[in-house]
Structures are given as C-alpha cells and as structure tokens.
Design a protein around this ligand. Structure first.
Ligand SMILES: Cc1ncc(COP(=O)(O)O)c(C=O)c1O
Length: 408
C-alpha cells in the first residue's frame, strides 16, 4: 500500500483548487518590530511585517520579555505536566486572577491556546447543559464550530450579526436552555457584533452568552477588556473567551465567567485535563502584558491612529480598502491566484510581508489581503506600503479606483 499516494492526492486537490498554503521562513527581531528577516531561497533579507496578530507589539515589550526571562531563569522551562499531574504552577494562578479581574468575572481558566479554549470550552459547556441548543453566528471561527460539533448538541446558525434572525430562533425555541455563541470582532472583515442587542435578547429569552474576544482583548475598552468592556456590556456576558497570543504577545487562551462555570469546565473539559499546562514563563509574560495594557492606553490609541491613517492613505491611492470599523484593514482582490501573486510580488520586490487570505478562510470570490498595522508602523512605512501596493496592483492589472479629488 502506497500511503504517501493518499497524501499526495490530497495535496494535489489543494493545488488544483489554488488553495495550497505556503508559509514564508521569517525571523522576528525583538526591539525592531515590525521589521523582521525573511530567510528567502536566496539568503536572509530584511522585510516589514504587515499582517502580524501581535497587534500591539507586546511580544517584544521589555516588561513582557523581562517577565518571561526572569521566570524561566527562576522556575525553568516546562510546566512539568498536566495540571492534574503537576499541580497548578503559581504563575498560572496569578495569570488567571489577572484575567478574571480584566473581565470583572469571578474566575478565569487558562488553556494552551485560544483554539483549544473554544473547542473544548464550548463542547464541555454545551454537554453540561441538559437539552442545550446552541445558536451560532454564521461567521464564527473554526475553533467555535469544532467545539459546537464536538458537543453533539443541536445547533442553529443565525445570519451574521443579524439580531432579528437570532430573535426568530430564540422565539421558536421557548423555554429551552440556549447558548448564544458569537465573536465580538470578526477578524477577516473587521466588523463588530451588536453585543448590547445580543445581551438584550439573551436576557429576554433567558439564554446564556459566550463571546469570543480574541481579536479585541488588549485593544479595546479602557483597560483592554475588549469590545464588551468598550460597549459597557462586559457584566452582561456570561462567558468571555480570549487569547494570550495576539494583543498580549504570548501564547494560550482562556475563558472567564462565574466560579461555578469555570470549575465545571476545569473538571470536565478533556482539552483542559489531558494536556500539559502552559509553561510558567509564558504565564508570567502574559500577566505582564495584561497588567501593562490595563493601565497604558498609549498602545491602543496609537494603534487606532495607525489604522485610520493607513485606511486613509490606501483609499487616497485608489486601492480597494474594504470598509471596516476596527484596526483590521482588508484590501479586496477577489481572485485566489492574483491574491497569492500580489503577496509574492510584495515580498520579493518590496520586502513587504502580507499573507494572502483565500478560501476557506473567506468565501470564494472575496479573496483579500488582510493588513494589520501596529503602533510601530511609522508614517514612512505606511507611505512605502501604499506605493508598493499601487505598483503591484498595476503589474497584475487589478483595478485602481479614481483618486478622490482634493477639497477645493
Ligand atoms: C476568532 C478566533 N478565535 C480563536 C482563535 C484561536 O486563538 P489562538 O490563536 O490563541 O489559538 C482565533 C485565531 O486566530 C480566532 O481568529
């Protein structure tokens, strides 16, 4: 039996569908973010990263790096096992307190990634609620969909951010224990969920709410608690889920909510119980990032300023910026091959790294570049990106819109 043939066939299908993924060999440089090194086939080359989810550059912040080094030096590298075997390392406990405080909840529980927290968290919660019905936003992340599937409970999908449709589904299932599952900020379009209206409905129909704030924690709200904090509804949401790997610059995920809910997930979730805990050094680094962003608004303000400037400059250059209410700046391409080619040209000819976003991450025909400016993308880098994009757009025959006329 030629097993490799199966794999080769599977890879061939991806090539045929133009969605075989290639990852560049990159090396980040602490203290110089967003500058990095690309280990290209022709040797190392300097590049600028324009699509990192280290949204605020906290992965290089001296307090965060310092906490990681100090803890690793003091406590060693690994956690020594699952929490079941090795106990709670003290840094994890401190991190969970920090997270519970960030979200104003009784407790928080840390997992090895945001993906795992959604997958095992949602599956476990739904299994623990008898006859649970899950109502899930149509654009929810794969980790949430996997959690929903694994729960084995009935689920219905409501149209993206459509509260009228959500209410229809709630009304059709009166008196049934219901878990509403959505994101606060959708990372491919940069749009935001109507959280207050979702909370109104949840309260009216006695449903529980589970909100993924992965692309918002650290970046929105006066203390970085996310969109729910910004919108004044954090206390109305039952379960908040987040990551330590994006704005907090580290690794790991979590849920926060009532002490009973957290204790139940801790006690039943296989994705929590049967895997080695996060290393103490990562926990300390994440705690340092969260603490810093609770009191420092500089990163958040500068981040929004950079996003607004980038959108304005790209729009003025005639580039097809898709409308977004947040720091995510999607640029429409609408074709997988030219999307990939645009990224190759940006990297090879301009030293600019942006990953193409193709199906299945976004629907076919809506392929795009997803640009994420950070507080450290200076004006000159933004201007350089606009120039490079215009050149690439012209090279590939992609449409440029007429430039807006200057004000008279
Ligand atoms: C909405 C959403 N939730 C969860 C995750 C997974 O988070 P993590 O990268 O920490 O595994 C992602 C990853 O990008 C995401 O986009």
């Amino acid at each position: 039996m030629d097993y490799n043939k199966f794999f080769d066939n599977a890879l061939g299908r991806l090539h045929d569908e133009r969605r075989y993924r290639v990852f560049a060999d990159l090396e980040r440089i602490a203290g110089r973010f967003p500058h990095a090194t690309w280990h290209s086939p022709k040797g190392p080359r300097p590049i600028v990263m324009w699509c990192s989810n280290d949204y605020l550059g906290m992965g290089q912040h001296p307090k965060v790096v310092g906490a990681m080094v100090e803890t690793a030096t003091r406590a060693g590298t690994g956690a020594g096992g699952t929490r079941n075997i090795a106990g709670n390392n003290h840094s994890l406990i401190q991190l969970e307190h920090e997270l519970a405080d960030l979200h104003g909840k009784e407790a928080a529980l840390v997992f090895t990634s945001g993906y795992v927290s959604n997958q095992t968290g949602i599956a476990t919660l739904a299994k623990l609620i008898p006859n649970c019905l899950i109502l899930s936003d149509a654009l929810n992340h794969n980790s949430m969909i996997e959690g929903i599937r694994q729960s084995g409970t009935q689920y219905l999908v409501f149209r993206h951010n459509d509260v009228a449709h959500l209410e229809e589904l709630l009304r059709a299932n009166p008196g049934r224990p219901t878990l509403i599952v959505c994101e606060s900020l959708y990372s491919m379009d940069g749009d935001v969920a109507p959280l207050a209206k979702i909370c109104d409905l949840a309260e009216r129909y006695s449903a529980m709410t589970y909100v993924d704030e992965v692309h918002a924690v650290g970046m929105y709200g006066p203390r970085g608690g996310g969109i729910a904090e910004r919108d004044g509804v954090m206390h109305r949401i039952d379960i908040l889920e987040g990551t330590l790997a994006k704005a907090f610059g580290c690794l790991g995920g979590y849920i926060a909510g009532s002490a009973k809910m957290v204790d139940a997930v801790r006690s039943y979730a296989p994705g929590f119980i049967f895997t080695t805990a996060l290393p103490p050094a990562i926990c300390s680094a994440a705690t340092a990032a969260i603490k810093h962003l609770k009191s420092s608004s500089w990163e958040r303000e500068r981040h929004q300023d950079r996003a607004a400037r980038l959108k304005a400059i790209l729009t003025a250059a005639g580039l097809p910026v898709m409308s977004s209410d947040t720091h995510i700046v999607p640029l429409f391409v609408g074709d997988p091959e030219r999307c990939k080619k645009a990224c190759d040209l940006l990297l090879e000819q301009h030293g600019i790294y942006i990953q193409p976003i193709n199906y299945p991450t976004v629907p076919k025909g809506t392929e795009r570049l997803r640009i994420t400016p950070s507080p450290y993308h200076e004006d000159a880098l933004i201007d350089g990106l606009a120039d490079a994009l215009v050149q690439v757009w012209e090279q590939l025959g992609l449409p440029l819109h007429a430039k807006p006329l200057a004000a008279e």
